[in-house]
Design a protein around this ligand. Structure first.
Ligand code: ZN
Length: 410
């Protein structure tokens, strides 16, 4: 294996992934105008339907543009010595390899994020604004960015330093120590994300007293779920789109409902959505997802340990000398086809779990309010009612609306 060969592998992977994604988006876009399944005829009226068509098309075109930009950017970087230039900056700052790695990744990650700001800005303040979704102020947008960078620097910096320290200390066995650390960190984040990170961006409050709380109280008591673990978050600070999710386990488990969800849905529909979320917990989906992501991280770290000492992996991205941080970039790209495949598997399980959580809501509460809530949520986010099956297979973590409704009505 020489570094030119690895370099061509990297180019091949980047271009092949771009072509695959573009073909998928194209196939999906060709179905935008398909007739709507009969069960979904009442989701949109004509005017809303036309609006949803325009929204899909706008996002499709924007997606094509941004993916071309990303591909051109990374190819430009690879072909014209961008990584070598950043590596030289890092070497001139310090002789310490941990500091070099921090500078290297800091420049690349924050740099690419800055280059992406015009796109996320356009998405938020032009596209989402035009279709009436945006509630984010410009101040919130930029303060969010600063907070995200602070978190990347703190958590990303600490994790990267630790991995390199393990590597210096344990050689290729670093993967085992890193894995143990990643496992603990993943567990910790799953448990405390809602308590530690979410408050940096949003307000969370317990349910307000009233008829909704009573309805939820009745349901929660019936299935044995503690009402203390149900929170309402001010999603309306950023967008009109509604959501609900389950996180944590044991004492730290909680269901988070967006205030937009509570505003958009009738009380029975909210209880049905809550029942679906509790279904994820009762069916142990949270634990499965956690365990799987820890196993997948272990597999990836083990494979990384087999290649980390091959100088070709570093040199292939155009740097002048092999290093741990350059090898991480090369490995990251070479590994991406495998993570595409594991992503497909995770999406497959996720879609199965959605049916199971829907069934749980159907069996412990009722199917009809979940059907109507899913229709309202789809309408309010202008979602695509006719996705291409191949696109669903690749990208959807939830089954298409029509399949969920057929399952709920069965
Ligand atoms: Zn779900």
């Amino acid at each position: 294996m020489d570094n030119t060969f690895v370099f061509y592998c990297i180019l091949f992977i980047l271009i092949a992934e771009f072509i695959l994604a573009t073909v998928m988006n194209f196939l999906n876009a060709k179905r935008f105008k398909d007739p709507i399944p009969e069960d979904l005829n009442d989701v949109y009226n004509t005017e809303e339907y036309e609006k949803s068509q325009a929204y899909k098309l706008t996002n499709y075109k924007f997606g094509v543009f941004t993916s071309i930009f990303s591909l051109v950017l990374i190819l430009f970087f690879l072909l014209f010595g961008g990584f070598a230039w950043v590596d030289n900056v890092a070497q001139n700052i310090s002789d310490n390899i941990i500091i070099q790695a921090l500078v290297f990744f800091g420049i690349i990650m924050i740099g690419s994020d800055i280059l992406n700001i015009p796109f996320t800005y356009y998405q938020t303040f032009v596209i989402e604004e035009k279709f009436g979704f945006n509630k984010t102020t410009k101040a919130t947008f930029f303060i969010d960015k600063l907070k995200q960078w602070a978190m990347t620097i703190i958590f990303g910096g600490a994790i990267l330093s630790l991995i390199i320290w393990f590597f210096q200390w344990a050689g290729t066995n670093f993967w085992l120590y890193t894995w143990a650390f990643v496992a603990i960190f993943t567990l910790f984040m799953n448990l405390f994300y809602s308590k530690l990170i979410v408050p940096l961006f949003n307000k969370q409050e317990p349910l307000e007293a009233g008829s909704l709380k009573e309805k939820i109280e009745n349901y929660a008591a019936q299935v044995g779920f503690d009402l203390q673990n149900i929170f309402v978050i001010n999603g309306s600070k950023r967008s009109t789109k509604a959501n609900a999710y389950f996180s944590g386990f044991g004492k730290e488990k909680r269901v988070t409902l967006y205030d937009t969800l509570i505003k958009d849905l009738e009380e029975e529909e909210i209880v049905a959505v809550l029942a679906h979320e509790i279904g994820h917990y009762k069916k142990k989906h949270i634990v499965f997802n956690l365990a799987t992501s820890i196993v997948l991280a272990g597999v990836m770290l083990f494979i990384l340990s087999l290649f980390i000492n091959n100088p070709e992996i570093s040199l292939a991205i155009g740097v002048d000398r092999p290093s741990f941080h350059a090898a991480l970039i090369g490995f990251g790209i070479l590994y991406s086809p495998i993570s595409e495949v594991t992503g497909l598997l995770m999406n497959h399980f996720s879609r199965k779990f959605e049916y199971q959580a829907d069934d749980y809501a159907k069996n412990t509460y009722a199917a009809l309010p979940l059907v109507t809530s899913l229709k309202k949520l789809s309408k309010n986010s202008l979602s695509n009612l006719t996705p291409h099956p191949a696109y669903v297979f690749m990208h959807y973590s939830h089954p298409p609306l029509i399949d969920r409704i057929r399952n709920l009505k069965a």
